[in-house]
Design a protein around this ligand. Structure first.
Ligand code: UDP
Length: 458
């Protein structure tokens, strides 16, 4: 037997412990496992409330310096990353040793680009490494230009023109390149994602080549970019991974009343509202949203995380009970896939955006920070599957604007066209991960390289 075919390569996957990072990296891991790669998925101790990854994936723990959910709960993300950077490398090295001693030697470390120290650990252990980016390729173009000194921050020009991207207004750019001082450390973190990437064999991006062709083509001139998305459970796309029905690793507990409630609504009638796992709206922003939802007269399902509930207007939950359901977390994919959903009012986090594109749901983008404004710009002007809400002079998206956006997307003149575009992207997303699709080919390329042992250190 050819000795190369006997060896089953082993990847150690290191996600940043945020829901929007764990989700795509676990799905990528499942795709690799399905194609015969051994996977160890390492997360900080206590970061998960459920760890049923299944699909032959072994979940291990490493240290981010906190080691308990309560210790981590109120930590500033920047402090957390610094602590992880301090504690992570040593504990990851120990894990690699433990796996080697247990007869499961690691061949390649795939680390979240938020943690470039993972590439350094791989190198120090003589292993190959690859970085995994959880934002859009177009956003990567921005940060890569900053990394190379080609885009000066803070950006003050009215319009930014970069290769591979449409012209971008200031309000379309990631907030960290416009106002870096407001978010200490954030720009450094996001630009730092490229540390060591030019020296690694692959840079994985949770996107679809065809969604962002120009951006991907431009990046490919410098780095071996592999789009591998949408990294969402196979059941919603190609259905080739039979057990892959949900992400499986959750930091929050979903409320299971949603599906029963949706079941009672007519097709395309419900507004689904969620701002992801991190956004913290101001009280008055919540009030605008609550007023808008009431004024639309439509049914709505609103995810308000328990840490945000106190910002809801008094008695709103009771008053809304006939029309709306408020939950602290839901299984978002199940919700988006439900026929009753007519539009998604979203902060345009990249996962939520990609999930809505993959499930053919039109969006109202209400970006909060980071890359969300840019994702919302693409939703409206490039993919044409929704609108981006406009804030007023005080920077707040008012209830009138919200009502108008929702009506535009659900019943406006262009609603049919947006729905048709959404349907088109849904097909494209499925095709990308299906056999022979662009993402499937990229995953296969990586595996062939691993199998062939050609990924020795660069
Ligand atoms: N999500 C979920 N239930 C919710 C809200 C969000 O499962 O009630 C998931 C959503 O499907 C997505 C992730 O949490 O995969 C949020 O990632 P995103 O990049 O959209 O936003 P972030 O939380 O990073 O701001």
């Amino acid at each position: 037997m050819d000795p190369k075919t006997e060896h089953k390569p082993h990847c150690l996957i290191l996600p940043y412990p945020g829901q929007g990072h764990i989700n795509p990296m676990i799905e990528f891991s499942k795709r690799l496992a399905h194609k015969g790669i051994t996977i160890t998925f390492a997360v900080p101790q206590g970061a998960l409330t459920s760890s049923a990854a299944g699909n032959n994936i072994v979940v291990e723990t490493i240290s981010d310096g906190y080691d308990s959910p309560t210790a981590r709960a109120d930590v500033d993300p920047r402090e957390h990353l610094l602590s992880f950077k301090k504690a992570g490398p040593e504990s990851t090295s120990r894990l690699i040793e433990k796996l080697r001693e247990g007869g499961r030697p690691v061949d390649c470390v795939v680390c979240d680009a938020f943690m470039p120290w993972g590439l350094a650990v791989a190198k120090s252990k003589g292993l190959s490494g690859a970085a995994f980016f959880t934002q859009a390729s177009s956003v990567n173009v921005i940060y890569y230009n900053v990394f190379k000194g080609l885009l000066k921050v803070p950006v003050t020009e009215r319009e930014t023109v970069l290769p591979g991207l449409p012209p971008l207004a200031i309000s379309d750019l990631p907030s960290f390149v416009v106002d870096p001082e407001k978010y200490p450390g954030a720009l450094e973190l996001l630009v730092g994602q490229f540390e060591g990437v030019e020296d690694s064999h692959f840079m994985f991006v949770n996107s679809v080549y065809e969604l962002e062709e120009e951006a991907n083509d431009w990046m490919k001139k410098s780095i071996s970019v592999k789009t591998i998305g949408p990294a969402i459970p196979s059941i919603y796309l190609d259905k080739r991974l039979q057990d892959d029905t949900n992400y499986g690793l959750s930091m929050f507990k979903p409320d299971d009343t949603c599906m029963k409630w949706l079941q009672q609504r007519s097709p395309k009638s419900v507004i689904y509202v969620s701002f992801g796992s991190m956004a913290k709206l101001e009280k008055h922003e919540m009030e605008e949203l609550a007023t808008a939802l009431k004024l639309t007269g439509k049914h709505f399902l609103w995810v308000v995380r328990s840490s945000e509930v106190s910002k809801l207007p008094e008695n709103f939950s009771d008053e809304a009970s006939g029309k709306g359901l408020i939950v602290s977390w839901c299984s978002q994919l199940e919700v988006l896939a439900h026929d009753a959903i007519g539009c998604f009012v979203t902060h345009c986090g990249w996962n939520s955006t990609l999930e809505a594109l993959s499930l053919g749901v039109p969006m109202v983008g209400v970006p909060w920070w980071s890359d969300q404004a840019m994702n919302a710009k693409f939703v409206m002007d490039v993919w044409k599957v929704g609108v981006k809400a406009c804030p007023n002079e005080e920077g707040v998206v008012g209830h009138e604007e919200l009502v108008s956006c929702v009506k535009h997307v659900m019943e406006g003149e262009r609603a049919g066209e947006m729905r048709e575009n959404a349907r088109k992207w849904k097909e494209l997303a499925k095709g990308a991960v299906d056999e022979g699709g662009s993402s499937d080919k990229n995953i296969q390329d990586f595996i062939s390289t691993l199998m062939g042992g050609a990924m020795s250190q660069k």
